[in-house]
Structures are given as structure tokens and as C-alpha cells.
Design a protein around this ligand. Sequence first.
Ligand code: ATP
Ligand code: MG
Length: 906
Amino acid sequence: MDTEQIRRKWVDFFQKRGHKLIPSSSLVPHGDPTLLFTSAGMVQFKPYFMGQAEPPAPRMVSIQKCFRTSDIDSVGDATHLTFFEMLGNFSVGDYFKKEAIEWAWELVTDPKEGIGLDPDKLWISVYLDDDEAAGHWRALGVPEERIRRYGEEDNYWFSGDVGPCGPCSEIHYDYGLTDGCPECAKGACHPQIDCGRFTEIWNLVFTMYYQNEDGSRSDLPQKNIDTGAGLERWASVLQGKRTVYETDLFRPIISLIEDVSGFGPGHDGLKTGMSGEKSESGVEVRRSKRIIAEHARAVTLLIADGVMPSNDDRGYVLRRILRRAIAYGRRLGLNRPFLADVADAVVKLYGTEYPELVQNGKFIARVIGLEEERFLDTLTQGEAQLAVFLADRVMDEKALAGKHVFLLSDTYGFPVELTAELAAEQGVEIDLEGFEREMDAQRARARAAARFRLSEAESAEAYAALSHIQARFVGYETRCHETTIAGIIAGGGTVESAEEGDEAEVVLFETPFYAESGGQVGDIGEISGPAGRFQVQDTQRTEGGLILHRGRVVEGRISVNDDVVAQVDAEKCRDTARNHTGTHLLHAALRRVLGPHARQAGSLVSPERLRFDFTHIEALKPDELAAVQRLVNEKIRENLPVRTRRTSYEEATAGGATALFDDKYAAEVRVVEVPEEEEDERYSAELCGGTHVQSTGEIGSLIIVSEESVGAGMRRIEALTGRGAEEYVRGRLAALDRLGARLGVPGGPAELEQRVDSLLDEMESLNKRVRVLERELGRHTAESLLKDVENVDGSAVLAARVPATSPETLREMGDWLRGHLKSAVVVLGTIVGGRPSFLAMVTPDLTARGLHAGDLVKKVAQVTGGGGGGRPEMAQAGGVEAARLDDALRLARKLSMEGIKALRGS
Ligand code: ATP
Ligand code: MG
């Protein structure tokens, strides 16, 4: 049964039993700050289990892309991958244990309805006291000795430290006795023993509790089912293979690696060292191939979901596995970039199932290729560094110091296991504990830095005291609103009132002020009450959802329970809205002009400007930038309506709305849409809680003012709209006018350009004449220097300060002097651009006897804090301290004389 058939079987089976098919969500979990990656099928359903949102249907089926950092170290074994696909069926308060178990058994064992595995090869595990689950399995005919009871470690499922959890029951496949396993030999082996005999193929979780932060458990609003089965493991069982790497999900990738490396299946037992040479302590070829294949697959799917290599969070994990794959590639002698080709094979293999791979195929290859080039560079440097560390260690047979391991990891990005393996090849161990200590120290530094950022921690208590106030945001409807002050925080605690001059944070029952989020800055404005006015300088939302108006009392006093008018600075607010809608138009234009890989990675929307970061490899070409700006302004002129509506996250993203990874999850999301002129298509659709204009015409115009790189594969555009754009253009035009006036061409840019061109021409010809004159002058100066020449043992010595304006003139003087002195040492010095510049010249008769212009000029230049050198006959150097030029020349004279005298008798 090929994988395609397994997928279909799974979905059909559950659809027939009333399940709604839900597409896989991204590997980057939407709005779940507790999770770095989607690690199981249930991740996207968490809010349903927690009763925070209505599920699209009580019964659901899915095939979910998953990524688990926790399994990185196991990769290379038969069954553990970082990226894998999880088949899942789910019940939200609908069916429970009985149906879940019966259906699982039917699907696994029934040859017609299901996949027809031999029931005798299946073992079951249940949680210690879960008699109910055990009873259901027994009723299906599973013999008692193949139903095992395990503790929390194996049969209790947690979706993280906090979140839904519950007992579970697993199905294990029995591959048959393992040679060399003592338990197998005794006939006592069971699924908990790790001898390779058993593979867990399906886990049924009975999700009925919620694990709280303090470790206690509470009941969920209803009982749920959450199951997960590894597609790759199913494929290996059904295709009669012992490992996932022999299945159709990996074969083509492994083949490609075998082709490019030349290490075919025949080499699998071989051990290799760095650069692929045979080595006793190296890594097995087969394991290297598996790790490369696995990581290449994971990397490809992660990048397709918008993760980019970086130094923190998800990007760091991506970078780590990418580098690991490269390092293992070196084990197979792959010292040049090769991973992008492997990624291509992944795109081909998975393109039908995941079209985003094909859409972003070129981009993925570029990202991987660039990262590879970069890492191969540091790898070479790091290896040199490691060799130095190791040379010391080999001598006195100590472990490689933790701080050195840390340095390699921190500076050169060496995965620790790579360092360990490289060191092992030299018979040196690494000090892992020392390394961990260094890592802890670094983490502590990071924490300290984070604490500093949260310097308002002392306010946390005050916020908690006000946490019952969930202010309603009315800013979409109005900018000016009558409401009541619910609380005031000042000096780190709650207060009853604040006086003129006091800095404070004000909490209102309802507010038209937009709190900073989604890249849009917080609103500013004023809150005025019966006895005073409060100027709002910023609006922020706390973790707990409290909306804080930050600012200062500018008149009288404000008190809790005051009835006030909260008034957003309307003009600034409109500026912000123009920039925000402008950002959406820009995002859509970038995707159309550059391709769908150009995704939002961050943004800042303020009244003054907008800044937009997105994923793209290279600088935008001028015509691309022009096309983007043109398209945005076209949409502005079409004066399209900007519509907002509320819908479910699934509906919104299925309809193609772009969502930001890090947005907080909300059961109901707000979609901001701009239709195409023909109305039935959308030009832009984004999940967004920000404030926007009513129709695009209000934006006036958008002008891109800069485009630059902000890290690998990341670009940043800054742009202006509305009043800002107008001001910008006016400023530019005024500058043109001023230039025109100064250059005496009032006619406009075309004439100005002509005038500048002719000025540049004129300057060039003047420069040429200056050069000719300088050369002339140089010759005269050189001629006049002849009288200062001193004679030492029949050779001329000259060390002089000359009025040359460039190193070239200096050289010309040197050449002239050489032509006129038969045997000589000449050092000339001058000041160019405020800094000393030197030239030394030695005639061939003296160089033949060992005098060296390069050595001489170097010593001379050092007096002025500089350096340089060159050939024995002629050398130039520069310095720093102009004031020491004469000192340097005095030294030059002395050294020259001594040099010649030293030749006496030689
Ligand atoms: P294992 O004990 O084998 O690591 P697990 O208990 O971590 O598995 P679950 O978290 O219950 O697994 O995940 C559900 C199913 O997903 C498993 O039964 C298995 O089929 C599959 N699975 C889990 N982890 C991986 C992985 N790293 N690679 C491939 N498949 C996996
Ligand atoms: Mg596991």
C-alpha cells in the first residue's frame, strides 16, 4: 500500500463515520505563544477542547504536518523524525473511548474497511487504572497478555506544561523477536522495551482534563478524543520495511543523496570521518544519509511555512537542523553546497500533497543555498579553530574545555554533537558539563536582559488588581467616546487619583484608543474629566488584556469613577489608518510582483510612516520597486472599499487570508479585505485587528522611500502615505528648486541634470589639467631636492618632506629621482587628506646588497601610527598622526645612512 492509498484510506474511513475533513494547519502554530511548532494534530483544535471556540464540526479528521524538536537526537533510528505527518481523528464532546477504540481496531485490522494488519502482531497499552479502555480492547478480542498497563510516562498525554491532557491508549506493531535482546530471548519483551521489536503506530488520547500552571488538573468542559498516528510509521509497516527510510516517503530522497555523494547502499556499514575519509571513530554512512534526508525534508517544509534561518526561536531551530545536515554531508565527502538539490527532490515528492512547496520551490532552494554557503565558510574557520584547541588537548589528554565547545557553538554555529564527533576522531572527549555551564550562563544573561525589558514588573500586581476590567474597544466605530475611569496606576501601584504633572496609566471601562498590536502603534490623544485633563501618549495592552492609557495629567486632577470624554487624536489616527491600509496594499503588491514567498515578517505602522519586513532573498531591482509602488497607487486610485468582517480562523485562512504567525489566537478573527475592482476577487485579505481607512482613495498616495536588507532572506521597505507622502514630495521638489537656483538653472530637473552633467565634465577636464601641472611641479620639486642629497660611502641619501597632494605624485617624484641618482636611498613624505603618506626608493645596486625599501618605509610609517610595505626597489606606506611626519623623516634619514654604512665591507 503506497502512502497515497494510506492517506485516502484514513480520510475515507473517518468521513464515512461522520467526520469533517480539516486541512493541515501550518507548522508555525497560529496564535499559540506556548508552542514554537505544531507538534501534533490536536494543536489547531486546542481552543475547541478548551471550550474557547466552537469547532466547525464535533467530529473531525485531519492529516497534520508536525515538527518536534524533542526528537532531533533520535533522528537516524528507524522511527523518529523531526518532521512527520500525523493522521488524526478528533471528537469534541461527541464520541468517547468506546467508539474511538472500536474504530481504531476496525481501521487497523479490517482488510476491507481498513488496512488489514494481522491482529496477532498488535499490542495495546493503556494507562494504569484505565479499566474502561482495557475492557473495550478485551471485548474486541485482544488477549489479556497483549494489553499492557503503563504509567504516566508512557500513557498519559500532555500538550505541554499547561493545556488539555488525559490518559491514552496506544497500538504497537510487533516486528518479531530482536536478536540480542535479553527480554526477547526470555519471551518477556513488551512495547515498553526499546529493542526495536515494537513500533508505536497509533496513540488514542482521551482528553478530559486541563493541566494548570500550578500542576493541578481540572475537568475540561466536555470529554474529547484526540488521536495521532504517524504516517511514515504506517508506511513502513504496510510496505514491509523496518525503517521509515525504506518507504516511498524517503526512497527518492535517499537515492539522490547516494547519487551525489557516491556512497551507495553498499557503503552503509562504513564509518567515515570529516570529509568522508574512512575513520575508526567516525559516523556510520547509513546514519549520515538518514539524517541528511530527514533534515532536508524538515527544512524544506519549514521554509515553505515561512520560517527563515535566524539566531532565535524558530529560525534558530531551522538553522540548527540545516547545519546538522550540512555537517553530516561532509561525512559523506560533500564539501560543496548540495542540500538545495536534496530539497528539490523533497519538493517533487511532496508537491502534490503540499502545493506551497511548488509555489515557493525556487525560494526554498535559494534560502538553503545561501545558508549552506555561509555555513561552509564558517565551518572551515571553525575547523581550524577546533584544530588549535585539539592540538593542545591531545598533548595532555584532557577533555576539550566546555568554554571552547561553547565558543565553537556560539561563534561558528557548530552543533555540539558535531564538535563531539570531530574531537572523538582525535581521541579527545568534550567537557559536556562545562559546556552546559556556559550555556546556562548565557541563558542567565539572556534572562537578565529580558528582565530589564520587563522593568515594569512591579506594576504586574497593580495590573492583576484591575484584571477584572475587560475594557471594550469601541475605536472601530468612534474616535470620541464618553466613558468612566475604572482605575489609575501610578508609581507602581493602584491609586485613587492623579494630579497635574503626574505620570500615570489610566484604565477605562470602554475605550476608543487602539492598543499597540499587529505592528500598529498605540493611539495618542486626551482623556478629559470634570476636574482635569490627561494627555495619552501611548496605549498598550497587558498580557491579561488590560488596556492601559499611558501619559501625564496636564491639568487639574483625574480620579477613579470620573465620567470622562476619551478623545483619540483624530488626525494622527487617520494618518495611522492610511499607513495601515497602505501596508496591506503593499504586502499584496509585493506578493504579486515578487511571488507568494514574499511574506510579512513584521511591520510597524505609526502616524508618520510604515515599515514592512518580508521574506525575500535579494535586493529588489529598481523596476521591481517601481512595479510595486505603481500597483499600490493604482489600487489607491481605484478607490476600493476597505471591508472588515468577523469569521472563524479556519474559514478566513482557507479563503486565502494571510495571517501573521505570532498573532494571538482568537476564536473569532477579524478579516480586513480590499476587493478587486470587479468585486468577485479580493486584492488583499489579512487577519488584522488594526484601524483602517474606509476606502483606499483616502490614502492619497504611497511612496516607497527605502528598501534594505535586515538579515538573511529578509528585506525591509519603508514608505509614506497621505500627508507624509505629500510632505516628502514637497521636500524633494523644494530641494530641487534650491539646487536649480544655486546652479542658475530655474527650468526643472531635466535642465538641472544637463547642468550637473556639464559641471562634472568640466570638473574632469580641470582635474586632468591639475594632474599635468602637479606632475610638472613634482619634477621641479624633485630637481630642487637634488641639492639636499647627502653622500654616504658613494651613495646618495635623501629624506625630505615634499608638497605632493597624492601618493601618485609622490611616486612620480620617486621615479624621477631614481632616474637621476645612480646609487641612492630616498624617502619622501607628505600629507594627503590630513594623513602622512610615505614613499621609499632604493636603487638596484643597493637592493642587490640587501637594502629593502619595503622594510624601510614600514619602520618609518610606524612612527606616525601607520604601516605599509612593498617591493625592495619601491614601497609606499601611510600613517595616522600628521604631526609626527618630520620625526618619521628624521628616522628615515638615520636608517638610510646606517643601512648604507652597514654594507661597508660586505
Ligand atoms: P514515541 O514514543 O515513539 O516517541 P510518542 O509517544 O512520542 O511516540 P505521540 O506523541 O503519541 O507519540 O504521537 C502520536 C503518533 O505519532 C505516534 O503513535 C507515532 O505513530 C507518531 N510519531 C510520534 N513521534 C514521531 C516522530 N518523531 N516521528 C515519526 N512519527 C512519530
Ligand atoms: Mg516521542
